[in-house]
Write a protein that binds this ligand. Structure first.
Ligand code: COA
Length: 260
């Protein structure tokens, strides 16, 4: 498989290492990355040699610093809802892969990056990683499942605080609240994630598949929640505040919100 904005390498033991590869933009998820992730995970599903996947970000600073904010400028509410639905579909495809998917979080996991990690089955974080849903600081909301998967993992109260404050939490704090399974030294992250993936890949494949299938049903009405989130993402993105928040980020200044 050959891509422009992600890397996919097969490792020993049937483990596929997928790297979002836009380090100059802190691996922000633009349309190309979303399309390539879809194709890559479709390939992982259909390739019987692939038994587990590790997902990470290129460079040392970021796993993924969010959806590409540049693509939000000028979007209508309808187009924004479509953008959210598109990202949700690809993240759901990752979550629904019936092979273990481990996020190796090597730095900022913000906005769509936190949501991408949440869509993986397991998260291992470097000790310098941080997590957050800073959309509120742009006058918008998460659109790739964050309002649905974050509370399922850390509880509604903690999720409400993260979503409404936009604050980042450390890897250690993410471990304490159950957002990540383990924190490891940054230099050992990929080795640790590959080792865990290789262990899971060595287990009985039909049993692993059945566990992942069954786990999916512990999530209640995820589809309804995702549809609601996409609709709200669209309606918020169409506001004056969202235009101001996105413009302020791109112009590297503080946003001034007016509540309209
Ligand atoms: N979308 C588009 N571009 C992004 C981005 C995103 N989500 N996150 C970072 N970038 C770009 C920056 O615009 C900058 O590009 P430039 O060099 O062409 O100007 C580059 O990545 C490096 O980021 P920069 O902001 O200069 O790094 P920093 O160390 O000062 O700050 C962050 C790092 C993560 C705190 C900051 O980039 C940030 O707040 N990113 C947005 C996070 C966010 O709101 N995510 C949710 C989006 S819905």
């Amino acid at each position: 498989m050959s891509f422009s904005s992600i890397l996919a390498e097969e490792h020993e033991g049937g483990v596929l290492l997928v790297t979002v590869n836009r380090p100059g933009k802190l691996n922000a998820l633009n349309r190309v990355v979303i399309d390539e992730l879809e194709e890559c995970f479709r390939g992982a599903r259909d390739n019987s040699d692939v038994r587990a996947v590790v997902l990470t970000g290129a460079g040392t600073r970021a796993f993924v610093a969010g959806a590409d904010i540049g693509e939000f400028a000028g979007l209508s509410a309808e187009a924004a809802e479509q953008l959210a639905r598109r990202g949700q579909k690809v993240f759901l495809q990752i979550e629904r892969l019936r092979k273990p998917v481990i996020a190796a979080v090597n730095g900022f996991a913000l906005g769509g990056g936190c949501e991408l990690a949440l869509a993986c089955h397991i998260r291992v974080a470097a000790d310098n990683a941080s997590f957050g849903q800073p959309e509120v600081n742009l006058g918008i909301i998460p659109g790739y499942g964050g309002t649905q998967r974050l509370p399922r993992l850390v509880g509604r109260g903690r999720a409400a605080e993260m979503l409404m404050s936009g604050d980042r939490i450390s890897a250690q704090r993410a471990y304490e609240v159950g957002l990540v399974n383990a924190v490891v030294p940054a230099d050992d992250l990929i080795e640790n994630a590959l080792a865990l993936a290789s262990t899971l890949a060595s287990k009985a494949p039909l049993a692993v598949t059945a566990i992942l299938e069954s786990l999916h049903y512990c999530e209640g009405h995820l589809a309804d929640g995702l549809a609601q989130e996409a609709m709200l993402f669209g309606s918020v993105l169409g506001t004056e505040d969202a235009r101001e928040g996105v413009a302020a980020f791109l112009e590297k200044r503080k946003a001034e919100f007016k509540g309209r």
